[in-house]
Ligand binder design. Sequence first.
Ligand SMILES: *Cc1c(COP(=O)(O)O)cnc(C)c1O
Length: 379
Amino acid sequence: MKNTIFVTEPSLPPLAEFIPYLEEIWENKWLTNNGQFHQQFEQALAEYLGVRYVSLFTNGMIALQIGLQALRITGEVITTPFTFVATTHAIHWNSCTPVFCDIDPVTYNLDADKLESLITPKTTAIMPVHVYGNPCNVEKLQRIADTYGLKLFYDAAHAFGVRTHGESVLNFGDLSMLSFHATKVFNTFEGGALITNEPKLKQRIDFLKNFGFAGETTVVAPGANGKMDEFRAAFGLLQLKHIDEEIAKTRRVAERYRAALAEVPGITLMEDLPNVVHNYGYFPILVDEVRYGLSRDALYDKLKANGYYGRRYFYPLSSQFPSYRHLPSAEPGRMPVAEAITERVICLPIFANLADECVDRIAMLIKDVEGEISEGNCA
Ligand SMILES: *Cc1c(COP(=O)(O)O)cnc(C)c1O
């Protein structure tokens, strides 16, 4: 029987290490609302990431929604179609209109060179995504935001621990969102955070994630409930002790793939970017059907038939879903780079404990274009 290898497998610490944290929670009987683990985890994360303020959330989606509220974004928000739908949905849930901008052919991030022509009198913010943890063109985006008086809010769901020129990528813009969902590099089962350098913004975010309460009887805004509980904050504290080792192991997997797939005609790999510390959360490849000899979907199906479940992140484009495809900026032909990449991309399985034999089998299946079946399964 074949075991299935999914695109990722969550990192979990040894269970025994978590028990003392649980005992403490049972002892204190303080389960949520800014408890001691919540406070410790916010502090520890800020230190680990090299950022000023962290506000923890119960998931990344609500962090995006509350971030937009905290920044008082209205009207039109320029964003990328090459992302997980949560980015676009958050804009919609805040009664704003997403305006889609094409992506850069090297990083697959919102193309700062194509952004200015989309700005209208209704534009109030730019919402780019550091896709696969590759940093956006942060300097150019900041220049444009400053020139036009726009807010800059990064969806950094993929960018845990990523650094550019020695600086956390989370320090750019007005606000950044992290996701600690089970499938992300760093997980708390579900979870998320907003990162800012602004103390007043941090305070407003903390009010908004707790129903707008600013004191026992003072409600300053129509907030929501986005709080992270003590269970997951404690788990996050423990995860932090292991994350460096997990990322180092995942990096070795990426290097093994790169060595094995370096010279396959029609298969393009993403290389590490200069002056960037990566987290190796994703291993995207691009399939050029003509040069490779199989379509992207044919290769995806073949890997799946052998028990290796890659994912076509991000296909379809967010702008192609029924909720958004009527928008003028979503019209086919307006984003040629995004439209091409979404048809060619597969993210291969990658995680800290992916065995060398699995990487080798997956690489073999890709290299053996004609072959259908690999001998046995690696797991
Ligand atoms: C995972 C993800 C989110 C949503 O985060 P959750 O914690 O799952 O709510 C948002 N944006 C992107 C780009 C993501 O990959």
